[in-house]
Every structure is written in structure tokens, then in C-alpha cells.
Design a protein around this ligand. Structure first.
Ligand SMILES: [Zn+2]
Length: 405
């Protein structure tokens, strides 16, 4: 089946400027042609949807979620105490909410008991409306380390290798390593690395040997350094924490760029709006460190780091439909360029996930995952909060906020 969408403008998921008066021709589940309306010849007698003064762009990709977890104000405690059934139902709820907010792909960075894979396969089989999922399954962490209650506890290099092999055997898409402690786990230390270089290297080498990418949660400067040294594919969070403060390291950032590594922000959009009493079960940065954290983001961007915009949904007070709020924050408050941030939730995010041959940009042959927005996100980033249509596999799945199947 062929049909087309016309719109006043189109963002193609690259760093190119918007195309004015654009058209996308869809054939079954794929994009057949895309470009200025004057340059694309449409077959006669096909349905052409005129989206008017709207913007067509690739479906949004959130490269860091925990889809099985509530993201409520007590999400950390809930993720420890909910039953597997409650967790899986929460995943269904989040999958639908995420799709309605324009997410056509998410990378799940840590589940429990491989339940995210059940959700992934159920959605892929066409049984449930939801985003495509790229899943790590359980995280790898130390005994008593960050998210130990839902991860695989490994302390030696041999245990790390066995964990990577077990995860691959159980059909995960990539490996998630907890490189440092974190906010969500009492007793873990965010500033200190959980492994030495041989541990980081054991995970990276074994994962790469089997064709899997590695994402590492790294808060402390030491853990960031070891992850860069080991060639971890995506560095998550990266707030440069050390000795109770934040210390940006420009040489370390240069090395990230040389090695073509990706930084995935995994930064909840809402935290900057919350009061201390809302953060009931999280030990976040002391308030005075947030401006330093924001400064490191600006500096990494200006240095030329590949910056993927991701939400860490599932952490405290972070819902799956809030990626657009994070985009608003980055563009309005941190004054980062809108097009580059859009690239960070489309083409660049697809590259980081290793799915850019199929998704992330609008070009002939790619899978037809698109969103149509009311407004122009390059001029007003809040247009991302006004999703008109979500199209997945060439089919309209959401119209004005409601699922259509
Ligand atoms: Zn996370």
C-alpha cells in the first residue's frame, strides 16, 4: 500500500536544516521517497494526507529508559518491592504512554528478570501498541552495587565475562554495565568506580566479540576515565563527580571524541523543577552542583561530543512522556541549538543504538517511523509536546494523543 504525507516543513533526522513544503511517500512499512514536494513525483491515485502547517520528522528515540518502572516519586523503592506481574503491567502502561508521546523506539537500560524482553517481543509480534525496544535485560553490577536488586552481581573478571555471555544467550540487545555507584542505591558510591580497568575491558571485549554494544552508567570522573579507556560505546549520565563536587576534564572529553564514543545524558527533565521533599528516595547532586552539571553539558557539546538526549525514565519522578520537556530545558535554559538536540533524539540516537541502517532518519528504504507535530520545533522546541500523528511501520498508531489501534 502506498500513501503520502505533505507538510509545511520536514526535519530529516540529520544535522541539515528543515526542508520547506515537503512530502514523504510511504510504501507498506518503508519510506519510498522524501524531499521537497516539487522534487518528489507521487504515483497517481494514491491517498495524500495534507498535514498543513505542521512538521514531519523521524519518530523520537529515548536512548535511556527503564520502561518497567513507574518513574513515580518513590520509583526506586517501588522497583525493589513490586511483584514481577506489577512490573510487567507497568511496562505495558509505559509502552502505550511513550508511543502516545511520540517515542517510536526506546533503549531499555536495565530491567528485572528479563521482563523487558517479553515486552519487546510482544510489541514486535504486533500484539501491543508500543515503541520498538532495544533491551539490556538485567544490569551488570557489583555485589551490593548500583541496582543490585535487579541486576547480575559480579565481582571478578571471570564473573563479568560469564554475565555477558549469559545475557547474550538470553537474547539481550546490548550490555548495561554499572561503572560507578549511583543515586538510587543506598550504600553505593556514585563518585567511585565499581571495577578496575580489567573489569571494564573484560566486559567490552567479550560484548564486542559477540557483536553487542556496551552502555556504562558512569557518575564519577574515575569511572568515566576507565570507560573511555576500555572503549565503552555509550557513556550514560557523565556528570564528572569527584570529592563532593563536579570537575570537568577537557582532556578526557577530547579522548571521548577521538574514540568516537557517545555521551547519553540520561538526565530527568523534571529534576530541576523539584523541591528537596519531592526527592524522597534519591540522593541527587546537592542543589548547588546542578549549575556545574549543566555547565559540563554545554562544554561537552561545544567540544564536539556526540550528545544523545535521553531521559532516564523510571528513575525518581521521571515519566516516559517527558523527553520533550528535557528538550525544552536543553534548548531554552541551557541555550543549546534546537537542531542539534533534535539530532540527539533521532539520527544520532539511532547511531548510538546501532540501528541507523533502518531508523532515525527519513530517507528512502528506511522503516517508516515518523511523527507529525503541530508547529516548528526548530523555532519553538515545545512543538515536541504537541504531537499530531505517530506513524510506526508506515501505519498511523496515534492521532492527537489517542491510540488508533
Ligand atoms: Zn538509568
Amino acid at each position: 500500500m502506498q500513501w503520502a504525507i505533505k507538510a509545511a516543513r520536514l526535519y530529516d533526522g540529520t544535522r541539515q536544516a528543515m526542508v520547506q513544503d515537503a512530502v514523504v511517500l510511504l510504501k507498506n512499512t518503508r519510506i519510498a521517497a522524501v524531499g521537497p514536494a516539487a522534487a518528489v513525483s507521487l504515483p497517481p491515485d494514491i491517498e495524500v494526507v495534507d498535514a498543513g502547517d505542521r512538521t514531519v520528522m523521524p519518530g523520537l528515540i529515548d536512548a535511556h529508559v527503564h520502561i518497567l518502572f513507574t518513574g513515580g516519586p518513590r520509583s526506586g523503592e517501588e522497583s525493589r518491592t513490586m511483584s514481577d506481574n506489577q512490573v510487567l503491567l507497568t511496562g505495558v502502561q509505559n509502552a502505550q504512554l511513550g508511543l502516545r508521546s511520540g517515542l517510536t523506539t526506546v533503549r531499555d537500560c536495565g530491567d528485572r528478570n528479563y521482563l523487558s524482553l517479553e515486552l519487546r517481543d510482544f510489541i514486535n509480534a504486533g500484539n501491543l501498541a508500543g515503541p520498538r525496544m532495544v533491551c539490556s535485560g538485567p544490569v551488570i553490577t557489583t555485589t551490593a552495587g548500583q541496582l543490585w536488586w535487579s541486576g547480575m552481581e559480579c565481582d571478578t573478571d571471570d564473573e563479568l565475562r560469564r554475565a555477558v555471555r549469559t545475557l547474550v544467550k538470553n537474547r539481550v540487545d546490548f550490555i548495561k554495565l554499572m561503572g560507578s555507584g549511583g543515586n538510587a542505591t543506598p550504600g553505593s558510591n556514585p563518585e567511585v568506580s565499581q571495577y578496575n580497568i580489567s573489569g571494564f575491558q573484560a566486559v567490552t571485549d567479550d560484548a564486542h566479540r559477540m557483536g553487542k554494544k556496551v552502555a556504562a552508567h558512569v557518575h564519577g570522573v574515575d569511572s568515566i576515565r576507565l570507560a573511555v579507556q576500555a572503549g565503552i560505546d555509550t557513556l550514560e549520565h557523565v556528570p564528572f563527580r569527584t570529592h563532593g563536587t563536579i570537575e570537568y576534564d577537557p582532556r578526557l572529553v577530547d579522548e571521548m571524541i577521538e574514540k568516537d564514543l557517545v555521551v547519553s545524558l540520561a538526565m530527568p527533565a523534571t529534576w530541576y523543577r523539584l523541591r528537596a521533599e519531592d526527592m524522597v528516595d534519591v540522593r541527587a547532586h546537592p542543589q548547588h552542583l546542578w549549575t556545574q552539571r549543566y555547565d559540563t553539558i554545554r562544554r561537552m557539546f561545544e567540544a564536539g561530543v556526540k550528545l544523545v538526549v535521553s531521559s532516564d525514565q523510571g528513575s525518581t519522578s521521571t515519566r516516559i512522556d517527558e523527553l520533550a520537556l528535557l528538550m525544552e530545558f536543553l534548548v531554552r535554559e541551557l541555550e543549546l541549538p534546537a537542531l542539534d538536540m533534535l539530532y540527539g533524539v533521532t539520527g544520532l540516537a539511532a547511531e548510538a543504538l546501532g540501528i541507523d541502517d533502518e531508523l532515525g532518519t527519513l530517507s528512502p528504504g528506511k522503516i517508516a517511523d515518523l511523527v507529525v507535530l503541530n508547529g516548528d520545533p526548530s523555532a519553538d522546541i515545545t512543538a515536541l509536546q504537541r504531537i499530531h500523528l505517530v506513524i510506526k511501520d508506515g501505519k498511523v498508531v496515534v492521532r492527537d494523543g489517542a491510540l488508533t489501534w
